[in-house]
Design a protein around this ligand. Sequence first.
Ligand code: FES
Length: 102
Amino acid sequence: MRVEHHPILGISRKPDTYILFNGERIPAVTGEPIAAALLAAGVHNFRFTVKSHTARSVFCGIGRCNDCKMIVNGVPNIRTCVTPVQEGMTVETQYGLSRKEE
Ligand code: FES
């Protein structure tokens, strides 16, 4: 799910770090959007809505909607499509406005 080498654009990059998604280690490229790393790993449910508990994923991909919001390093409502990966950051699925109730 990831373009690691592009023959025309000259892009050549492979995962060089990781993020923790719901406690699971996922490979990522430093500086790429968190959403890109998650999609490359096959993750499609980023958050669940408050009222209907419907799953959401990337919609606009440019930071204009709310569908990719997740909890990043303990902070909710972070747009993962425009937030760059940093080594070892924690990313959690968001339920409504916070973590899922225990
Ligand atoms: S997908 Fe729309 S803000 Fe991230």
